[in-house]
Write a protein that binds this ligand. Structure first.
Ligand code: PLP
Length: 476
């Protein structure tokens, strides 16, 4: 109970250092079953306390075998990213500082860090200079933020104050959403009471919104119009035809919200920015910093070209809250959250450490590695790369075997890969068919990891050629 903070910090430094030291030799897979974890971490709430250092030791013993090494350079699952050392170290410091980034009054430093990093990011992504920014827990909350601002503005254009009047009796909105949108966009629309008005827009084989399908429904009805587009499809990395979608939507008084959870970072690169043509024309944008910028969870960003709508939708007031002077920023006004970590401090150190060049290098390197991985896999027997590798995502399908369908082969290779420990990737269903998906978005990933990953996938696939040879329990 009595170990002092400096001793505890030294203790976790030792644990963290050991964890790091074993990183190169640790398999990229989960070592413990859920039952083992429950046995290690479970049991009733202790009646009495225990020394904090002992508790930390117990945590490490019990939890470490259940960690998915998603920060490892050989990890290609989901779209996760690693964590830069400077960002991890800042998080530690931030915990000691324990700042509440709700108000300027609760942390002037957090407020200014938001101000400064917001301007850096708006510039980095080439957004309009007056764009407002909210620092959220992730892209899901950033989607909710952007769509709340959208709802405010499009209803206001129809003479309806949705924050004051709600939705009962309101003009009937039209919400056009890419069929390949991320699930969190649909959830945000549901939370905003807009689920009933969603029209799904068909996509092409890359998951891009089809303009012909979009144009067909664009003039159905004349209510408030919100369009949800995407830059960086979660499977293929594909980008919707943003310039056209924005022009058509704006011509009808509508609002375009863009989910760019990882795709947004490509806008930092002058070489890649043309792939996101029209990005700056949207009205709101949602992205993650914990993905491609490689800061630790949780850190997302909501941008809005209409700061008045952004603030009107999110602003909250209570008598006990000390409102900042007009020239200062209250972070609470720009996200649905109130008390929270001072995430922008981590953005500040990471962006300052990397600089513009560092961000561009990170993004371009990951894209080049994704192309390398795709090239290796496309050249192998029994599989094909099914996406245009425009960013950092690679999507692979496997040929069927006489005794197994494509889906069964994909499932078997995926399970074998996840158990193997030399690389890790995760499955998906894209365009109605199962596939194995690789995402390259870790600052530590290099050609060695990519080549190892390709070799392992090819090896595991080849073993399926000999019926019975790939028995999961026997995977190394
Ligand atoms: C395209 C896309 N949008 C939204 C999200 C949700 O982001 P978060 O999990 O950071 O809230 C993700 C996350 O995986 C994503 O890939």
């Amino acid at each position: 109970m009595t170990t002092a903070l400096p001793d505890l910090l030294r203790r976790v430094t030792d644990h963290a250092t050991e964890y790091e030291a074993r990183a190169a030799s640790r398999p990229v897979s989960v070592a413990a079953s859920t039952d083992v974890l429950r046995a290690a971490l479970g049991g009733p709430l202790p009646a009495h306390g225990q020394d904090a250092a002992e508790v930390l030791d117990e945590l490490v013993r019990g939890a470490e075998p259940g960690l998915l090494p998603s920060a490892a350079p050989g990890f290609f699952g989901f779209v996760m990213g690693g964590a830069h050392p400077v960002a991890v170290a800042t998080e530690w410091l931030l915990s000691v500082w324990d700042q509440c980034a709700a108000l300027h009054a609760t942390s002037p430093a957090a407020s200014v860090a938001e101000e400064v990093t917001a301007a850096w990011l708006v510039d980095l992504f080439g957004l309009p200079t007056t764009t407002s920014v909210g620092v959220t827990s992730g892209c899901a909350t950033a989607n909710l933020t952007g769509l709340a601002a959208a709802r405010h503005r499009v209803f206001a254009r129809h003479g309806w104050d949705v924050e004051a009047q709600g939705l009962v009796g309101a003009p009937v909105p039209r919400v056009l959403v890419s069929r390949a949108c991320h699930a969190t966009v649909l959830r945000a629309l549901r939370l905003l009471g807009l689920a009933g008005q969603i029209r799904m827009i068909d996509t092409d084989d890359q998951g891009r919104m089809r303009l012909d399908a979009f144009a067909r429904v664009l003039d159905d009805g004349d209510g408030p119009l919100i369009v949800c587009a995407q830059a960086g499809n979660v499977d293929t990395g594909a980008v919707d035809p943003l310039a056209e979608v924005c022009a058509l939507t704006h011509a009808r008084g509508g609002w375009v919200h863009l989910d760019a959870a990882f795709g947004m970072w490509a806008a930092a690169s002058p070489r890649l920015r043309p792939r996101l043509a029209g990005l700056a024309d949207a009205d709101s944008w949602a992205t993650d910093a914990h993905k491609w910028l490689n800061v630790p969870y949780d850190c997302g960003l909501a941008f809005c070209a209409d700061p008045k709508a952004h603030r009107a939708a999110l602003r909250t007031h209570a008598e006990y809250l000390t409102v900042a002077a007009p020239q200062h920023r209250d972070p609470v006004d720009w996200t649905p959250e109130m008390s929270r970590r001072a995430r922008a401090v981590v953005l500040w150190t990471t962006l300052r450490h990397l600089g513009r060049d560092g961000v561009v290098d990170l993004v371009e390197r990951c894209c080049a590695l994704a192309r390398r991985l795709a090239g290796r896999l496309a050249a192998a027997d029994g599989m094909s790369v099914v996406n245009d590798v425009v960013l950092n995502q690679v999507l692979v399908r496997f040929d069927p075997e006489p005794d197994r369908s494509r889906a069964e082969v994909t499932a078997a290779v995926t399970a074998a890969l996840q158990a193997d420990g030399r690389a890790w990737a995760s499955p998906t269903v894209a365009d109605g068919e199962p596939a194995l998906r690789f995402s390259v978005c870790n600052w530590q990933t290099g050609t060695d990891e990519v080549d190892t990953c390709a070799d392992v996938v090819v090896e595991l696939r080849a073993r399926l050629r000999h019926p019975g040879a790939l028995v999961l329990e026997e995977a190394p």
